[in-house]
Structure formats: C-alpha cells, structure tokens
Design a protein around this ligand. Structure first.
Ligand code: ASP
Length: 334
C-alpha cells in the first residue's frame, strides 16, 4: 500500500466560521477523518507546518514546503498539500521550480467550501488528491481540483466561487478523475529520467506590474531602487506605450544598464505573448534584448524569475535557465 504524507497549510478547506469571517481552524488529522475511504488504497501520515489563509503565503512558505518534502522524500511515495485556493497556483508553480524532476507525485489541493459543510467540494478534492498521489503513473507537481489534474506550472484560478475554480492555461489537463478513476491525457512518467533536484533559493526582489492605459515610465523610475527584476503584464501580444513625461524607453535602458531584469508577459490569459508582431513591441525588444514569457502563465513566469535569479546573477545563464522547460511550463520560445 502506498504511503502518502499530507501536508496541511490551511485555506478554505480547513476553515470554520469565526466572528471575523472564515479562517483556518481544522487541523490536518481532522481533515482526514472526512475522507476515510482513502484507507482502501493508501496510508497517510500528517504534518502541519502552518495554518494560513493562502493570502498570507509567500516565498518563505514555498521554501519551507520544499524543505519539508526534501526532508521526507525517501520515506513517502507521494505528497498531498492542502492549501487555500487564492494563491495555490503560485505555490504550485514555485514548487515546480524548487522540486524538479520528482518521480514521486506532489499534489496541491483545496476547496471552495469548508470540509465540514454538508455541500462542499472539499471531500472530493482531498480524496481525489490522495488517489492521484497513490497512482503509479503520477509524478511531479500538480494541482488536483474539480476532477482535473493540472501541471503545477499551468494552473490559474479563473473562478472565485465555482467548484471548477482552476483551469490549465495553454496546455491540456494532465489527467481527469471521474468516479474515483484516474484517466491520463499526458502519460509521460517514463520520459522523465534522472533524479529529483531540490533548490533552496529564491530572489524575492521581483515585481509583477500590470500596464494600464495612461501608465508611463514614472512607475519604473520609482521602483528602480527596490527590485532586481520586473515582469510587465503588457497588453495583447506585447508592447510599451510611447507617451508620457517619463516614457518607458529610457527607464528600461536604466534597468537593463544596471543589470536588472525586465521580462515581458501579457495580461491576456490565453495564447501568450509575441512581442515581435507590432512595432510597439518589436523595436524595444530588439533594442534591449528583452525576454518575454511567451505561453507561460503569469504565476509560472514570476516564480521562475524568482527561482532563476536565485540561482544566478549572470544574464546569459539566466536566459538559459528561464527558457529550459520545467514541468511543461513553456512550449514556445525564442
Ligand atoms: N482565502 C482562501 C485561501 O486562499 C480561499 C480558499 O481557500 O478557497 O486561503
């Protein structure tokens, strides 16, 4: 029988009502009591490193989770992390970079409703996750939610209330789970050779900046002292506005001359960036050798930048690390 470690971190799945609103109060052991059927296919130990609304989860917690998995890696066949849905896609992407090439599955799940309510998605999601983590063909970091299995770098929370909260962006679901059966669309465990690789550093001086009509380079000028890199969510396939008292152009020069990273991405969820289509993108991309995120999700882009800048300060090595495919995160590239 497979041995799974359940790592409980809070979120709606473990929440109860308090005077101040929903807050995580249900412990890891109690969560398991709602899904006793798991005993038919796996044994589960539990650990609870913290109990938070995922609004409060960031890089420090991602590193803690990766370290916990590393500590227990040899003792378990798979890992399930119960987590709030709001930042789950960021955590799943961050763990995809911090724990690479794992032959053992690392599954994130949560729910839109607390596990102790009569009508809830929590019990199905938790049981599905344990089931997936016990599957011989499962590997790597995935989100299991609403019957879908989504690569950890491809997930996005697209619905704030419905039970099918997460979508896989620019990539198919890896599997679906129907009536307790896992059906694989992407069956690639055999192709992922080599051993697991754990990383221990992230650069947190990264900012995600969304363009809006009227924004000019003033914003970059003010942010300059505080960040080593900025990911810019441009419009459409990508480009910069050319107006303003402080245009973007000289500010991007200031950033790149100082060895800081300017990474282009798009605020459009589906289909990705391609800065070379329009003059507003192509000229500036070529002038400064800007990198773009192509078909990657914003969550994956931001966490991959944090990871790659945590490994190297050399721009050429950064480019190599960033464009290497990790957990199905990028299909298009330069
Ligand atoms: N605010 C909650 C959280 O992310 C929402 C959820 O879990 O669905 O922790």
């Amino acid at each position: 029988m497979k041995k799974i470690l359940l790592i409980a971190t809070g979120g709606t799945i473990a929440s109860g009502s308090t005077k101040e609103g929903l807050s995580p109060v249900i412990g890891a052991g109690e969560l398991l009591q709602y899904v006793e059927e798991y005993r038919d296919f796996c044994s589960v130990d539990v650990v609870q490193p913290f109990s938070l609304d995922s609004t409060n989860i960031y890089a420090r917690h991602w590193l803690e989770l990766a370290a916990l998995i590393e500590l227990h890696f040899s003792r378990y066949d798979g890992f399930v992390i119960s987590h709030g849905t709001d930042t789950m896609a960021f955590t799943a992407a961050a763990l995809s970079y911090l724990v690479q090439n794992s032959q053992k599955p690392i599954v994130l799940t949560g729910s839109q409703k607390p596990i102790d309510l009569p009508v809830t998605d929590a019990r199905t999601n938790l049981l599905d996750s344990l089931r997936f983590a016990a599957e011989p063909k499962a590997h790597g970091v995935n989100i299991v939610f609403g019957g879908s299995v989504i690569a950890g770098t491809r997930a996005k929370k697209e619905r704030s209330k419905s039970f099918d909260a997460f979508s896989s962006i620019n990539y198919p679901n890896k599997a679906v789970i129907r009536d307790g059966r896992v059906l694989f669309y992407v069956d690639d465990k055999d192709r992922s050779g080599g051993g697991v690789h754990f990383f221990h550093r992230l650069n947190e001086r990264i900012l995600l900046l969304k363009l809006m009509p009227g924004m000019d380079g003033t914003v970059l000028k003010h942010l300059f002292p505080y960040y080593d890199g900025v990911v810019i969510e441009a419009f459409g396939v990508g480009g910069f506005p050319e107006y303003g008292n402080v245009p973007f152009y000289p500010e991007i020069r200031r950033w790149t001359d100082a060895g800081k990273l300017v990474m282009m991405a798009t605020q459009v969820t589906h289909e990705g960036s391609d800065m070379e289509v329009y003059r507003v993108g192509k000229v500036i991309k070529e002038e400064f050798g800007l990198m773009e995120a192509y078909d990657m999700t914003l969550e994956a882009t931001v966490t991959k930048v944090m990871w790659a800048l945590g490994q190297t300060g050399d721009p050429r090595e950064f480019r190599r690390l960033f464009y290497e495919t990790v957990n199905h995160d990028i299909l298009l590239r330069e």
